[in-house]
Write a protein that binds this ligand. Structure first.
Ligand code: SF4
Length: 135
C-alpha cells in the first residue's frame, strides 16, 4: 500500500487488488479518515477490496508443510481455507513452519485447524497417498 498527501489534505492510497489475476491498481482518496473516492478498479469487487483494505486487510496465505516418512521428506502445499487478517500472517507462518505431518493426507484435509485462533483452517492443496507419493 502506497500513500501520499496532496494540497487539499486528501490522502491518496494506492493498493493492488488481489481478488483476481488482473491485479488492478486501485486508488483510494481519504480525507480525515473518511473514504472520499475510489478509482482504477476493474469491477465492483475492487471497490469492496479497497474498502476492506482500509479497515481490516485480509489475505489468503499459501505455504508448504513438511511431511516426513522415515528418511524421506516431502513439502506439502497448503493454504488457508479463507482469507485471514493481514496482521496475523507472521504468527500463522511461524506455526506453519513448525508443523510436521507424519501421515498421508488428501487434498482438502485440514492440516492445522483454527490456526492462531483465527477461525480459519490450513488445508492441504495436494494429496500424499498411502504409498507416500504426492499426487
Ligand atoms: S478490481 Fe476487479 S478486475 Fe480488478 S483485480 Fe480486482 S477483482 Fe479483478
Amino acid at each position: 500500500m502506497n500513500s501520499k498527501k496532496n494540497d487539499t489534505d486528501l490522502k491518496e492510497i494506492k493498493v493492488c487488488c488481489t481478488t483476481c489475476p488482473k491485479e488492478c491498481v486501485v486508488t483510494i482518496l481519504v480525507q480525515d479518515d473518511t473514504l472520499v473516492k475510489i478509482t482504477g478498479e476493474g469491477c465492483k469487487r475492487g471497490k469492496k477490496f479497497a474498502q476492506k483494505e482500509l479497515t481490516d486487510p485480509e489475505r489468503t496465505l499459501t505455504s508448504t508443510v513438511v511431511v516426513r516418512n522415515g528418511e524421506t521428506t516431502y513439502l506439502l502445499p497448503v493454504k488457508t481455507a479463507a482469507p485471514i487478517a493481514k496482521k496475523d500472517l507472521a504468527a500463522v507462518m511461524t506455526l506453519i513452519r513448525k508443523t510436521t505431518l507424519t501421515q498421508p493426507c488428501d487434498r482438502g484435509d485440514v492440516v492445522i485447524p483454527n490456526i492462531c485462533n483465527s477461525g480459519v483452517d490450513v488445508i492441504a492443496c495436494r494429496s500424499i497417498k498411502g504409498d507416500w507419493h504426492a499426487c
